[in-house]
Write a protein of this length. Structure first.
Length: 264
């Protein structure tokens, strides 16, 4: 596979013979035609696919992984095929991106291009084939999280929007909204504060806790702006898991495709 990153104007993604050499079972073994290729020049339209693309957004520690797991179990029990994906999981760029974040020398713009490569690869090889096969795609964050992190670090918004202009519009974006005061105890129970999620790579702070609070406050503010721009559905994540999940189930149910012979 060749993924050509063109600074500021998106991606061209083309298939080579790798998928033919190593076929996989299920939806990934479908024939790739022009309808599932990410060309980078225009937004990919998934409005007519039989599947559904549902995004769970929110900052780290808000409970995305927990609720993705709960939603997947519920959907599969209801008889839906489910694909779970997320940032840094592409076969093309995932490992390289994770290794790049182990250090602190990679520039933010380089990381943005790395994330966009990972995103484009997952869109073409995982998300689009699954949608065309009728799967419900649950994605743990979308390009909105990447944009929010980068905007806080001073990257131009218009450049970021143009970089991801090929990204399909999800059928629904559910934003787990949380306050910083509620977020901090949850993160503390998981272990030490993360270097990147505390903004230590760019903020002039010497104390990790103070840097985390300052960074997350700025990040959540950007999320609020993106929520208005892209029409996120707000889910109050300051509550107990059961209450949050009940709202998520209701929201996801309203997005699901109708199935012949099954009452909605």
């Amino acid at each position: 596979m060749r993924v050509g990153a063109r600074l500021g104007i998106g991606f061209n993604v083309n298939m080579d013979s790798r998928s033919a050499e190593r076929p996989e079972p299920g939806y990934r073994n479908r024939v790739h035609d022009e309808a599932v290729r990410v060309l980078g020049d225009v937004q990919v339209d998934v409005s007519r696919t039989p599947g559904r693309l549902i995004v769970l957004e929110g900052t780290d520690g808000v409970g995305r992984s927990t609720h993705i797991a709960l939603l997947r179990e519920w959907l599969e029990t209801e008889g839906y095929g489910v694909l779970h994906t997320g940032l840094s999981r592409s076969r093309l760029a995932g490992d390289g991106l994770r290794k790049a974040k182990l250090g602190t020398t990679v520039s933010q713009r380089t990381l943005d291009l790395f994330y966009a490569t990972d995103f484009a690869d997952r869109i073409e090889n995982d998300i689009l084939p699954a949608l065309r096969a009728g799967f419900v795609v649950l994605t743990d964050r979308y390009f909105y999280s990447i944009m929010a992190r980068s905007i806080v670090r001073g990257i131009d918004r218009d450049w970021l929007r143009d970089l991801y202009r090929f990204a399909p519009a999800p059928h629904g974006v559910l934003y787990l909204r949380v306050s910083v005061d509620q977020l901090i105890p949850r993160v503390v129970t998981r272990g030490p504060f993360d270097y990147w999620e505390s903004g230590m790579d760019f903020q002039e702070e010497t104390e990790l806790f103070r840097s985390f609070r300052r960074y997350q406050s700025r990040l959540l503010s950007v999320f609020e702006e993106l929520a208005k721009t892209y029409g996120f559905q707000m889910i109050d994540a300051n509550r107990d898991i059961a209450d949050v999940f009940a709202d998520l189930k209701e929201a996801v149910r309203s997005l699901l495709p109708s199935r012949p012979g099954v009452a909605s």
